[in-house]
Design a protein around this ligand. Structure first.
Ligand code: ZN
Length: 370
């Protein structure tokens, strides 16, 4: 049923289909220090190919529409396995969140990648109901959140091998999530600062093996640039091209690291956009730097907004918006970032690429092997 597509984008430098590890290291070391402009992988103007699995079924990637690629609906950091299911009233949560999704659609956004993994609040039934009533395409995930010292990992993640973890995640892809008909549209991981621990490396290896079977893109919460390059290296060792990797929270890295990762083929996700003093200007500056480096077509933007379950109660808990600088969830990219970028000389066509073409290409389901 799921075709195995060839790697969609050629390597930066050569036409060879298989790059040796030494070549890869040399490319990694080359980075921004080179004076000549390196071209980031991915031809400009290539229509997105492949499919994307939303919580209401598959769509052609080309039909995705403008998308926010790193948001949350509800997160719950009570701790892995402490709560068997959602601690909030699903009806209240639905009523509270739905108007924001209608508003998002009214602004022209058509898709939202929901980056909450299992064990920190993923609720695919709520996502599907919200998608059905709002018309917004919502994409959920498989994978585990190993950030914050692995405290949100289930017990079996410490004991099982990468292959055993991969089997669990593949099962969600092949047989759907939690007895629903909903499939994941990408793999979501969480890691800490680099160098990565052996446990985080195991999560990456498991994700790589799932990608090679499913074509699902790997999006990893990443604390710094060292961790990002560790992840790209581990994926390479598993035979997975960096094009299948989204460096989530790339705003935690430096300009030089972002350009270097983009030139290796990774997706650069600047996903903490908010209206705190200084942040809008900082994002415009980061984005213009990537544009000037020829990497505009490797960049994603989003807010990392959503709601969180508050308190320790197992029942009747309430959800509240994150207090991360956006008083109204999901809107600041439309209301502030887009006009700021236009004022800074970014064209309407480039904005369309940033918000529509890039997300579709980043998350299109295709095996991207070396
Ligand atoms: Zn997030």
């Amino acid at each position: 049923m799921f075709s195995r597509f060839p790697r969609a984008f050629p390597p930066c430098t050569t036409g060879s289909s298989r790059r040796s590890f030494l070549q890869w290291v040399l490319l990694l070391l080359a980075g921004c220090g080179r004076r000549e402009r390196l071209t980031c992988p991915g031809a400009h103007g290539t229509p997105p190919q492949g499919i994307i699995y939303t919580v209401t079924g598959p769509i052609q990637a080309n039909d995705l529409g403008p998308a926010l690629t790193h948001e949350h609906v509800v997160t719950d950091f009570l701790g892995a396995e402490k709560a068997p299911g959602p601690r909030y009233d699903p009806e209240l949560a639905f009523q509270q969140i739905l108007p924001h999704l209608h508003a998002l659609r009214a602004r022209g956004v058509q898709a939202l990648f929901e980056c909450t993994p299992q064990y920190i609040g993923r609720d695919v039934r709520l996502l599907r109901r919200l998608a059905q009533h709002s018309g917004l395409r919502i994409i959920t995930n498989t994978g585990y959140y190993g950030a914050v010292g692995c405290r949100y990992l289930p017990r079996h993640a410490f004991e099982e091998t990468a292959d055993q973890l991969a089997k669990r995640w593949l099962q969600e892809w092949l047989q759907s999530i939690e007895g629903t008909s909903i499939r994941p549209g990408f793999i979501k991981l969480g890691t800490d600062r680099g160098p990565l621990s052996p446990l985080h490396e195991k999560l990456l290896r498991a994700a790589a093996r799932v990608h090679l079977q499913s074509g699902l893109t790997i999006c990893a919460h990443t604390a710094d640039g060292v961790a990002a390059f560790d992840q790209i290296r581990i994926l390479h060792a598993e035979g997975v091209h960096a094009d299948a990797f989204v460096w989530a929270h790339a705003q935690n890295g430096s300009d030089e690291e972002r350009v270097r990762a983009a030139r290796l083929g990774a997706w650069i996700s600047l996903d903490g956009y908010n209206l705190r003093a200084g942040t809008p200007e900082h994002y415009v500056r980061m984005l213009l730097h990537l544009k000037q480096a020829g990497c505009w077509h490797r960049v994603l933007v989003s807010h990392d907004d959503g709601w969180a379950v508050e308190g320790e109660q197992l029942r009747q808990a309430v959800i509240k918006p994150f207090h991360n600088g956006n008083p109204v969830p999901y809107t600041a990219v439309c209301t502030r970032l887009q006009p700021d970028l236009l004022a800074a000389g970014v064209t309407a066509r480039e904005l369309d690429q940033l918000l529509r073409t890039n997300p579709a290409r980043a998350f299109a389901i295709r095996v991207r092997a070396l």
